[in-house]
Ligand binder design. Structure first.
Ligand code: MTE
Ligand code: MO
Length: 548
């Protein structure tokens, strides 16, 4: 409801044009003016931002200021904030960021509108000017080089917002003058025409904001539609020269509800710094291998097809995975061996770091030591399909035994041979470790934590991983009882997680179940707790259950 309190000071005020008039019309006029001003700010900003989205459809080098500001926020937040965001929102962290930006923008636009009303027109224009400047700066400071005109959407959007602000404010001023005139005829601020004028202003502002939102979101949808298809063309995903046999059934346990050995592409966790998934036209894609090499090489997809295509079963893990968390998944990858590719360029003796760079400027970096015969791949297929866009189409790195942030560059565009002295990969200046081998970990997936169970035998099951070392044993204990050996599914290889299960008799009461794994070197998973930052979480997964 609109505040209908009578004005306690109905004395007529001098009619002076400008902001003072609107905000000086007594408490009622004052409230009205503030809301009008906020609506003015929001409408002008919405129109400017929507225009920016439309212009950014022109081509993929002209950038959306909102998305670029989001990208810079991702680059600038301290890593603990990133870990918190992942902990709170999981893979929805990007949606949370966009919603956050939307809320901040709306508040800023509303406050800006109010500031415009209080100060002169010139100051008011500083607000869209600042929006445009922040957007342009975000575009120009991207991780990849951008032409100056990449920021045109921000600049033109800002200019449009400024124009809308001026025009709407004229309208608002006219309305305010009308109201003050009626106030002079006493019955005042609440006269039908004043409210009517106000209503029509608010309706106009709301219509503009709503229309702009539809256009802006519509432009994004159109942009997604225009994106090149993640399709390897009529030839499809090449088949491996010597395909791997289908997985032996003995590598999976017959336990209902156990985490499947192979993670479906749609269920595979996704972690990256890309607010919008980079979409790459496969016919224009190429991979450049350069730096400390004997001969620089460039491969397009057809060139890769000419090389020996291989398959490998590799479990990937994110350094941000909490003990017991879900940022781990397993796939059968198709691609070319990294050692083959690099051998074709010739690695110079000084090189000790292999850097993978993405089309969006993300970098990973890992030691040349991993060229030790393990199945490090430039992958183009995941579980028999081309890589899905979110997982790096058309090509990515996959290196067994290393956390994804140091090894698994998606949307791969360059591999550079360099030294650790000369280059820090993306997460290093943000506090993460330079080198990051995966810790031995085990997870209880059944029963769920805090489950209510009937007394008697209970199946406890899950997965354990120690890529490159393999899993030799998994043990479970109830409360402080003895460690009991779980049954293991057959191992696929040392780079693949292993399912485990055990049936335990549980008596009634509250119990803590703990798990620990032993890797192929005989080392038992540490009980020492560590946070993901800087080199991955450690400690044992424990769950609590209630037995009736
Ligand atoms: N281009 C790019 N590649 C990237 C990242 C990224 O932010 N950008 N994140 C890495 C991290 S931290 C992980 S854990 C893996 C996750 O791969 P997935 O999303 O396919 O599971 O990708 C890696 N590759
Ligand atoms: Mo990660």
């Amino acid at each position: 409801m609109r505040p209908l309190t009578p004005d306690p000071d109905p004395a007529p005020r001098p009619a002076a044009p400008g902001p003072e008039t609107a905000s000086g019309a007594g408490p009622v006029g004052h409230t009205i003016a503030r809301l009008d001003a906020a609506a003015l700010g929001v409408a002008a900003s919405a129109v400017g931002l929507a225009l920016a989205e439309v212009i950014s459809l022109a081509n993929d080098r002209v950038r959306s200021p909102i998305l670029d500001v989001g990208d810079r926020v991702i680059d600038l937040v301290p890593p603990f904030v990133k870990d918190l965001a992942i902990a709170w929102f999981g893979t929805n962290d990007k949606i949370a960021l966009l919603v956050g930006i939307g809320v901040v923008l709306t508040l800023a636009a509303g406050l800006a509108g109010m500031a415009v009303l209080r100060s002169g027109r010139r100051w008011g224009l500083a607000v869209p000017g600042a929006f445009a400047a922040v957007g342009a700066l975000a575009t120009w400071t991207a991780r990849v080089d951008r032409p100056w005109w990449a920021a045109l959407p921000a600049v033109l959007g800002g200019a449009t917002a400024a124009i809308v602000l001026v025009v709407l404010r004229r309208r608002l001023d006219a309305g305010a003058r009308r109201r003050t005139r009626t106030a002079r005829d006493e019955a005042a601020v609440l006269s039908a025409s004043a409210i009517g004028g106000r209503r029509s202003f608010l309706a106009l502002a709301a219509t503009m904001s709503g229309g702009a939102a539809v256009v802006g979101f519509g432009a994004r949808r159109v942009g997604e539609r225009l994106a090149p298809a993640a399709d390897l063309g009529p030839a499809g995903l090449p088949l491996a020269g010597r395909p791997l046999p289908p997985l032996d059934p003995a590598t999976s346990l017959d336990v209902p509800g156990i985490t499947p050995l192979v993670t479906a592409n749609d269920d595979f966790y996704r972690i990256d710094t890309a607010l919008t998934v980079p979409r790459i036209e496969p016919s224009t894609w190429s991979l450049r291998i350069h730096g400390l090499v004997d001969e620089e090489r460039t491969f397009d997809l057809d060139d890769l097809r000419e090389l020996e295509i291989v398959e490998a079963d590799i479990t990937m893990t994110c350094v941000s995975n909490l003990v017991g968390g879900g940022l781990v998944g397993h796939a059968r990858w198709t691609g070319v061996r990294l050692d083959d590719l690099l051998a074709s360029a010739g690695i110079r003796a000084e090189a000790d770091q292999i850097v993978g760079r993405s089309v969006d400027g993300y970098t990973c970096g890992f030691p040349t030591d991993v060229l030790d015969g393990r199945d490090a791949l430039v992958a183009i297929g995941m579980n028999g399909e081309p890589l899905p866009p979110a997982h790096g189409f058309p090509a990515r790195l996959v290196v067994p035994g290393l956390y994804g942030y140091v090894s698994a560059t998606k949307w791969l565009s360059e591999i550079e041979l360099t030294t650790f002295d000369a280059f820090d990969h993306y997460w290093v200046p943000r506090g993460y470790a330079v080198e990051a081998p995966i810790h031995t970990q085990s997870r209880i997936d059944l029963p769920k934590t805090l489950a209510n169970l009937p007394a008697g035998p209970t199946t406890v099951a899950g997965v354990a991983w120690a890529q490159t070392r393999g899993i030799e044993a998994v043990e479970v204990r109830v409360d402080e009882g003895p460690w009991q050996a779980a049954t293991l599914a057959d191992a696929v290889n040392d780079d693949t997680w292993r399912q485990w299960a055990i049936e335990l008799p549980l008596d009634s009461g509250r119990h803590t179940l703990s798990v620990r794994a032993t890797d192929g070197t005989g080392a038992v998973q540490t009980a020492d707790r560590a946070e993901p930052l800087p080199s991955g979480a450690t400690g044992r997964h424990e769950i609590v259950v209630f037995v009736a």
